[in-house]
Structure formats: structure tokens, C-alpha cells
Design a protein around this ligand. Sequence first.
Ligand code: TYC
Length: 125
Amino acid sequence: MCCLWLGLVAKRYPNRREEDMSKREYETEGVASIEREARIKEPPMYKVMLLNDDYTTMEFVIVVLESLFRKTREEAQQIMLAVHAHGSGLAGVYTKEVAETKVETVHAMARQNEFPLRCKIEPDS
Ligand code: TYC
């Protein structure tokens, strides 16, 4: 197995000595591992927080949570009630761009239905 490998290497790099090869391979692996690490690093995440107000109907908030944040009716009811009771509540956690788009969509849906419903993003811890 080892001889086969050496044979293949010698054939591919006929003028290169073995020490040079291993240094080259070591450096290549170093760069590869840095690239691998950069590639698998997870992006920062952002919370989309729904905000309470006195005029948006509970049903509308539930529909927003179901349709845009993919919550079940039961989950949506719980989140809506938590927002109603505590002033704000977590609708979902996303990458920055997705979170920003969710906020814009909530505001567009609210405007279209003439509700003052607002939401905001905040860094996830
Ligand atoms: N407080 C609203 C009401 O009593 C209901 C509500 C819940 C509004 C959650 C906004 O994000 C909200 N009709």
C-alpha cells in the first residue's frame, strides 16, 4: 500500500524529493483546514420579536404567526397571548437577511389590513 503510494507520488512529481513533498502536503492541508473551518462557521442568528399594541386583533396576529412563521394554531395562540401579556414575544430565529425580510413582510401585511402591528429583530444571544 505504502509502496504503491510512493510509486504514484514519484510518478506524478518526478523531480521532487520526499521531504519537499511532505512539507507541501502539510501546507496544503493547513490551508484546507482553515478553509474548511471558514466554510462550516455558522452565521449569526437574529430573533424576530413581535410587539404588542392595543388595536391589532388577536386573530390577525395568529394568522401572521401561522402563515409567515410556520407555527401551528396552538403555538401561534400561545405566542400571541405571551405578547399580549408581556409586551413582546419570539416569533422565530433566522439569519439576518431572512429576519429582516420577515419584519418587512409583517409590516406589509399589517399595513394592508390597517393594523399597527410591529415587530423588530435583535441578535440571538
Ligand atoms: N393586544 C392586542 C389586543 O388586545 C392583541 C395583540 C397581540 C396585538 C399580540 C399585537 O403582537 C400582538 N387586541
